[in-house]
Design a protein around this ligand. Structure first.
Ligand SMILES: C[S@@+](CC[C@H](N)C(=O)[O-])C[C@H]1O[C@@H](n2cnc3c(N)ncnc32)[C@H](O)[C@@H]1O
Length: 273
């Protein structure tokens, strides 16, 4: 596996890994509550990133989780974090493509839950991933997908210049051949993969001024922009000055006492007949 992934807008450099790690700290409790795994359930996590969510699930189920992740850098960091937490027994992180996870004959079709978060937005053929997720679980098992619909971002008051950069950022997905609005398609994708959809909901992430999570959410957005600087500027829709203005604007936004910043992820779940 290599990390030369022009199709992955965020990259896997250390600052981006720190952002992803911090984002997991902000949202994993919400994702875990919505997933509601029960003891004994075995999870396979597609595009497992730094592995924090796979470990969080395994802590509840008591069954080791399997993460499929194509990036060497992400897997190395996932292992380092698991080691630091003394939780290497909770999850295995295996090199692989989400469309063709490297599962043995006895593993294929054996998992209780196949989960993917913020993965489908980064692949050109999300249905191929959902089909692979369906193949990994046993009959009666669940496929659970959380993903982005980039139309769901709502900061108010609007930080000056930020939405221009946001729209240029969203367009970077299109230009890579990926769908920035895949979140609204989740139930359809599950049905197209031959699964029986059972649930669709939204997970609100965000905070108001005065909430301890407000500054971390604002910083997460600034870090998303920084990490995607080259593709955003490469879009031609934003100048370097506009990009820097947006970052300054977000730095000031942290201090506002009257702001709210909302982002809503799409959630969908289906059973395998
Ligand atoms: C935005 S991160 C999300 C990580 C994790 N699911 C989370 O929520 O923290 C997306 C991850 O998917 C991985 N990824 C992207 N395309 C992939 C593919 N085709 N197969 C396997 N992993 C992939 C990336 O390397 C990255 O680690």
């Amino acid at each position: 596996m290599t990390d030369a992934r022009p199709s992955y807008v965020h990259g896997t450099h250390p600052e981006e890994q720190r952002r992803l790690e911090d984002m997991n700290a902000l949202i994993n409790a919400h994702s875990l509550a919505a997933l509601a795994p029960v003891p004994g359930e075995r999870l396979i996590d597609f595009g497992s990133g730094l592995g924090q969510f796979a470990r969080a699930v395994a802590r509840v189920t008591g069954a080791p989780a399997l993460g499929i992740e194509r990036s060497d850098a992400q897997r190395a960091r996932a292992v380092a974090l698991a080691e630091a937490a003394g939780e290497t027994a909770l999850a295995e992180f295996r090199a692989g493509e989400a469309t063709a996870p490297p599962l043995s004959a006895s593993e294929s079709g054996s998992f209780d839950i196949a989960h993917a978060r913020f993965l489908l937005e980064h692949v050109p053929d999300p249905l191929a991933v959902v089909r692979a997720m369906a193949a990994a679980i046993k009959p009666g098992g669940r496929v659970v997908i959380e993903d982005d619909d980039h139309g769901m971002f709502r900061p108010w008051p609007e930080p000056p210049g930020v939405m221009i950069v946001w729209h240029a950022y969203v367009r970077t997905y299109d230009r890579l051949g990926n769908d920035p609005y895949v979140g609204r398609r989740l139930v359809q994708l599950l049905a197209q993969a031959g699964l029986s959809p059972t649930r669709s909901t939204l997970l609100p992430f965000g905070a108001s001024s005065g909430d301890p999570a407000f500054v971390p959410f604002v910083r997460n957005l600034a870090d998303v922009f920084r990490g995607a600087r080259a593709p955003i500027l490469g879009s031609g829709g934003v100048t370097e000055d506009e990009f820097e203005l947006a970052l300054r604007s977000l730095a000031e936004y942290e201090h506002r006492r009257d702001a709210a910043l909302w982002y809503t992820a799409s959630w969908a779940e289906a059973r395998k007949p």
